[in-house]
Write a protein that binds this ligand. Structure first.
Ligand SMILES: [Zn+2]
Length: 410
């Protein structure tokens, strides 16, 4: 924390101000003094204003006015607040001092800021105004030697873009298995800079492609006219699939589908699902939209649920600690809805999710099965998408790949 000075505006200003802009000349009316302050850890907006010498009642009225646009409790360390004051003191710049508090400005994100200004009657009024920013597209690409994550980091792809990329492909690509040396990626993403040229945010991925074993899988960001936002492949098929391969977050694949020595029974047995080790209580998601057709105890499976997605596919979840509230036979569920929690019930050696995909009643390998696809664009929507895709392809081809400093992958 910086030293705090109460009551003395000049002292407060020298202690905390990054920058004070004195007005030029001595013309009347004199332009206000602007004081730029930076919020520190533990700073409240009210504290910040009071440290600048603003009387409590004025500070509280100004803050109350901004509340409908910005919750002052959301102020973060490093956030810049600009205060404006009338000028008091002599006519020479070195004798000027901040006078009556006139208002403040606070950026709420890269695109907007809230301003609060004192009105003639002494009350304060707030409004939101746009901030200037520059949106540009960045092309990045690289060879994948070990993992997409390492390759992306090495190519300078921001972490937020990289995780979005991994999420967008997670319907289709098993990142623990499908990536081979020699594979590659391309990505075109938005970058947002403020008017000083500083990168303030990364926007969405506009286009990406993975080259896996010589096969290129491209996806394009698209918003349909009925409002669905997502990634679509070259043919207009949604990258989002009808079923999740991994219906759990942050889990480690601990046992694959296929023959294995059973950890409890000791003999070799077919493992008809995949196991994800995760802490007890981790939420388990419905892999797709459907109807619960079994929910309860089921022998060695322990607490078990099965969802019927359509005539062809079912998914099953075993060894749960318990079912989520409201999950019973006949419950309709949506993709991503929590249906239960990781446990170790039934024939199990530790907390994990045993997950099965059943195709026409038979278990298939969730990591290998060709997923039923989600939405496919048709008609005018498809024509519109294809035109947009052409624009994106041309844009990508016209940009030079971002130059990056090579560093060792490890
Ligand atoms: Zn299992």
């Amino acid at each position: 924390m910086a030293p705090i000075s109460l009551g003395n505006r000049a002292a407060a200003a020298t202690l905390k101000a990054r920058n004070i802009e004195p007005p030029g000349g001595n013309a009347t009316p004199r332009p206000p003094i602007r004081m730029t302050l930076r919020a520190e850890k533990g700073t409240t907006l009210s504290g910040l204003l009071r440290n600048a010498g603003i009387p409590r009642a004025e500070a509280e009225t100004a803050i109350a006015a901004m509340r409908k646009f910005f919750d002052p409790r959301r102020i973060k360390p490093g956030q810049i607040v600009t205060l404006t004051f009338d000028v008091t003191g002599g006519t020479r710049n070195d004798t000027l001092a901040p006078g009556k508090f006139k208002g403040l400005t606070l950026p709420t994100d890269y695109a907007r800021q809230v301003t609060v200004a004192r009105k003639g009657d002494g009350t304060f009024a707030a409004k939101m105004i746009d901030r200037p920013y520059i949106r540009s597209l960045v092309r990045s690409e690289g060879q994948i030697r070990q993992s997409l994550y390492l390759a992306g980091t090495r190519a300078g792809v921001p972490l937020s873009v990289l995780s979005e990329l991994i999420r967008a492909y997670s319907w289709d690509v098993d990142f623990q298995r499908d990536i081979r040396p020699g594979d590659g990626f391309e990505v075109l993403f938005e970058q947002i800079r403020d008017d000083a040229g500083k990168t303030v945010n990364t926007g969405k991925i506009v286009y990406a492609a993975l080259k896996l074993s010589g096969e290129k899988r491209a996806i394009y960001f698209h918003k349909t006219r009925d409002g669905e936002v997502g990634y679509f492949n070259e043919k207009g098929g949604s990258a989002r699939k009808a079923l999740l391969r991994t219906p759990i977050n942050g889990a480690r694949l601990s046992s694959r589908f296929g023959k294995r020595r059973h950890p409890i029974l000791g003999y070799t047995k077919m493992h008809r699902g995949v196991d994800f080790a995760a802490p007890r209580g981790t939420p388990i998601y419905a892999a797709g939209n459907g109807t619960v057709d079994y929910a309860g105890r089921k022998g060695g499976y322990g607490i078990y649920a099965r969802i019927r997605h359509n005539g062809r596919y079912n998914t099953a979840y075993a060894h749960m600690k318990g079912l989520a509230r409201g999950i019973r036979k006949g419950t309709r569920v949506r993709q991503g809805q929590t249906i239960g929690y990781v446990g170790s019930t039934g024939r199990s050696t530790g907390p994990h999710l045993h997950y099965e995909i059943l195709q026409a009643g038979r278990q298939v390998n969730p990591l290998r099965v060709k997923m039923p696809s989600g939405r496919k664009l048709k008609g005018a929507e498809l024509t519109h998408f294809q035109a947009l895709r052409g624009d994106i392809d041309r844009k990508f081809a016209s940009l030079a790949p971002e130059t990056t400093v090579a560093s060792a992958e490890n």
